[in-house]
Design a protein around this ligand. Structure first.
Ligand SMILES: Cc1cc2nc3c(=O)[nH]c(=O)nc-3n(C[C@H](O)[C@H](O)[C@H](O)COP(=O)(O)OP(=O)(O)OC[C@H]3O[C@@H](n4cnc5c(N)ncnc54)[C@H](O)[C@@H]3O)c2cc1C
Ligand code: SF4
Ligand code: SF4
Length: 423
């Protein structure tokens, strides 16, 4: 593509991670004419936002925005998407990188119509990671109803008998178990890492009882419970007995701002708990919600207004205290909690039906470091070194962020990648 006063567009850009940040970077670069390789390790694009019911503060479903991005992606011949793929190595210098990519087979080709017949006959069931293990899924599965690409996956855990059954059930000749893992090189001028975040492992926060008591869940589990495509089809119920909760507490900063866990503020979990209060209020108008916090961080006018709305709600109570201890009430499954009042230092005791841990974000790179010449901070976020150039990070690979900030950052890094190619 050429425009007046501009040099011809040449060279390719790689984006590693197909969440909302990766989609934005890829689309912004591709829509001004650059060839983009988008590498996603999961079977579907969209990343973590596909697991959310609503976005704060507008409370709209993330699927709306994703659908628009998927349409832009389908319309754009410049983007080549590789799902079930990971980068093995990045070699070279700005403007001239060789990236080694490994792809694992989906065992399903483009003939798939998502008819679901393979799923019906498949007997192998696996814990459903998309719903944080709160239900099980078949080994022949569609990651979720908004998956992109809309194409089934045959899990490698599927046994021989099931493989025969699913093949027989497929009337479209879409299942192909001869597909193999492949490793290949791609030449690009710049790479943008948008590998995002993982929920902090709540089992590591010993004093908050996650994993020991069934009615203590994480904020991301609550997102899945509240989502119509989640394990309870949108009903927020207690894991121990499916009871509708009448009192729910939130423990803010669960593992964040804590030298023993994540020393930084995760930025989004105050707003996420406020949003979760709206989910609960919509389902259970009489439920009482208690938010235990150190400080409430709701930066900017829109987020402050959102907080003000919840503050005015007579069933939402804000308690300035950090939850320090939890136990289970014998026979009821209720949760006893003890919090320290951060001003008086006094102990507050309360028993609730359910406790939600507002766990924070850990960069994926802290757990799975890319083999590339990148600089990381002590927590595993990628630091953008613009003097070196060539390799960049956007979204939650770079810092804890909401979607708006991630998208702004992702657009900026598309520009940095383009500048590398044009130097
Ligand atoms: C409880 C909770 C609620 C939230 N609610 C909201 C909200 O209402 N509004 C809002 O604005 N924000 C919300 N957020 C924040 C929002 O989830 C993030 O801003 C958003 O997910 C950032 O997108 P991302 O693309 O940077 O990362 P991710 O969504 O994590 O996407 C990263 C992608 O990269 C892929 N990937 C990772 N490693 C590799 C690799 N090595 N190779 C290839 N691919 C890889 C992943 O599979 C994933 O698809 C919430 C967060 C939490 C914890
Ligand atoms: S793989 Fe075949 S049977 Fe399964 S959903 Fe796709 S078309 Fe249907
Ligand atoms: S956003 Fe709120 S809950 Fe999350 S770490 Fe920061 S202060 Fe704590």
């Amino acid at each position: 593509m050429t425009t007046e006063n501009s040099a011809p567009v040449s060279g390719s850009i790689m984006v590693v991670g197909g969440g909302i940040s990766g989609l934005t970077t890829a689309l912004e670069a591709a829509e001004v004419g650059y060839e983009v390789f988008l590498i996603e390790k999961e079977a579907s694009l969209g990343g973590r936002v596909t697991q959310l019911k609503h976005y704060f503060p507008k409370l709209c479903p993330p699927t709306c925005g994703l659908e628009i991005n998927y349409r832009r992606l389908k319309d754009n011949k410049n983007i080549k998407v590789y799902t079930l793929s990971e980068v093995q190595n990045v070699d070279g210098t700005p403007g001239d990188y060789t990236v080694t990519v490994k792809s694992t087979p989906r065992y399903v080709n483009s003939n798939c119509t998502c008819c679901g017949e393979c799923e019906k006959v498949c007997e192998t069931e696996i814990s459903n990671e998309f719903n944080f293990g709160m239900n099980r899924r078949k080994a022949a599965y569609l990651p979720h109803n908004m998956a992109f690409p809309q194409r089934y996956v045959m899990d490698s855990a599927m046994g021989k008998d099931d493989r025969e059954k699913v093949k027989e059930a497929c009337k479209y000749n879409a299942i192909d178990f001869s597909m193999e893992e492949s490793t290949f090189d791609l030449k690009v001028g710049a790479v943008v890492f948008t590998t995002g975040w993982q929920p902090y492992d709540a089992t590591r926060i010993d004093n908050l009882g996650f994993g020991r008591y069934q009615n203590i869940i994480t904020n991301m589990m609550l997102e899945r419970l509240a989502s119509s495509n989640g394990p309870t089809e949108g009903k927020i119920i207690r894991p121990s007995d499916d009871k509708a909760p009448e009192t729910i507490a939130f423990a803010q900063c669960a593992g964040s701002r804590d030298e023993n866990h994540l020393p930084y503020c995760s930025y989004i979990c105050c707003l996420a708990s406020l949003k979760h209060a709206t989910y609960i209020r919509a389902q259970y108008p009489d439920a009482k919600i208690y938010i235990y916090y150190i400080d409430l961080r709701t930066p900017g006018r829109k987020y402050e207004n959102f907080y003000a709305k919840l503050k005015a709600d007579e069933n939402v109570f804000f308690v300035k205290g950090k939850v320090a201890e939890v136990s289970e009430e014998s026979g009821t499954g209720n949760i006893n909690l003890v919090a320290e009042d951060t001003i008086s230092g006094e102990k507050i005791r309360q028993t609730v039906d359910m406790l939600v841990l507002a766990t924070g974000m850990q960069p994926t790179c802290a757990i799975d470091k890319p083999a590339a010449d990148l600089t990381f901070d002590d927590e595993g976020f990628i630091i953008n070194d613009f003097s070196k150039g060539g390799l960049f990070a956007a979204g939650c690979a770079n810092k804890p962020a909401d979607v708006v900030t991630s998208n702004q950052n992702a657009t900026g890094m598309a520009l940095k990648a383009i500048q590398t190619l044009r130097r």
